[in-house]
Design a protein around this ligand. Structure first.
Ligand code: 5RP
Length: 261
């Protein structure tokens, strides 16, 4: 692999092969999401516990210090909103010149497989891979389902992840599901898990993350279950224990209880 691309991936994926990305990109289609009204304030206490920060260029330029301790994954697809006709109708938002200028470690592009805009969003992914490969910038594909959360099963997500890898994504972000090994085993590039809407208990979060890691995920890209929690720092520390210290879900809850304020 090209030195630059490997170096960028090494910034994001730690020597143990694991990663914990913090996504705060939700405003790109949701607007001022609950607990992300002031992104800089949400990010400040959390950033030192993250292996990567997933943001749009608008938030990066306006809310993130240039000395940010975590490498940046730049969200580069968008142009839809939750009140618009179809969340799947995304376009690319950011030029390759801007991506290079921002010196990011990777970019993230959503694909909406099975939607009316399947082809367009896969074209967005392919275009970004073509442009980013020239400069050694990894592309993280996001298997998005829009409002159709019920789509998240192993058969569908395995199909999505495999297609993203075939189109050249370096990493695929998808949802955890039952039989998650069926998703990871047929995907030739690393898979990270998103969280989705907030779970009811902390244990539920630790359990699905632990299960996904046992079944082949390399880490998480988990937002709302962290920053919409009333104890976001304690959640991050507990999740880090699962990801980087091989903690069981119950051990992670012990970390959470110790760290809560
Ligand atoms: C939003 C995204 C998010 O990065 C992704 O969904 C992870 O966040 P959460 O854990 O809150 O689901 O791509 O479009």
């Amino acid at each position: 692999m090209d030195w630059g691309k490997q170096n960028r991936l090494n910034q994001l994926i730690k020597p143990d092969g694991r990663c914990f990305f913090l996504p705060i990109d939700h405003g790109y289609f949701l607007g001022p999401t609950s607990c992300l009204e002031k992104p800089a304030e949400t990010i400040k206490p959390l950033i030192k516990h993250a292996d990567g920060l997933f943001v749009t260029r608008g938030v990066l330029r306006s809310c993130i210090d240039t000395r940010c301790p975590a490498p940046i994954i730049l969200r580069v697809s968008g142009c839809t909103s939750v009140i618009g006709e179809d969340l799947a109708n995304e376009m690319l938002t950011t030029s390759i010149d801007e991506i290079i200028r921002l010196n990011v470690a990777a970019v993230g592009v959503s694909v909406f497989i099975g939607s009316e805009y399947e082809r367009e969003t896969m074209d967005n992914l392919s275009t970004m891979v073509n442009e980013c490969e020239d400069y050694g910038i990894p592309v993280m594909a996001v298997t998005a389902v829009g409002k159709e959360l019920e789509k998240r099963d192993a058969r569908y997500l395995a199909l999505c992840c495999r297609i993203c890898a075939e189109l050249g994504a370096s990493v695929v972000k998808t949802y955890w599901c039952e039989d998650f090994q069926k998703v990871t085993e047929s995907c030739p590039v690393p898979v990270v898990m998103a969280g989705g809407p907030q779970c009811e208990t902390e244990l539920e979060v630790m359990e699905f993350v632990h299960d996904g890691l046992q079944k082949g995920a390399i880490g998480i890209n988990l937002g709302r279950n962290v920053w919409q929690h009333e104890q976001p720092v304690a959640m991050m520390k507990a999740l880090r224990a699962v990801i980087h210290e091989k903690a069981t879900p119950q051990e992670a809850i012990d970390v959470f209880e110790q760290e809560r304020t």
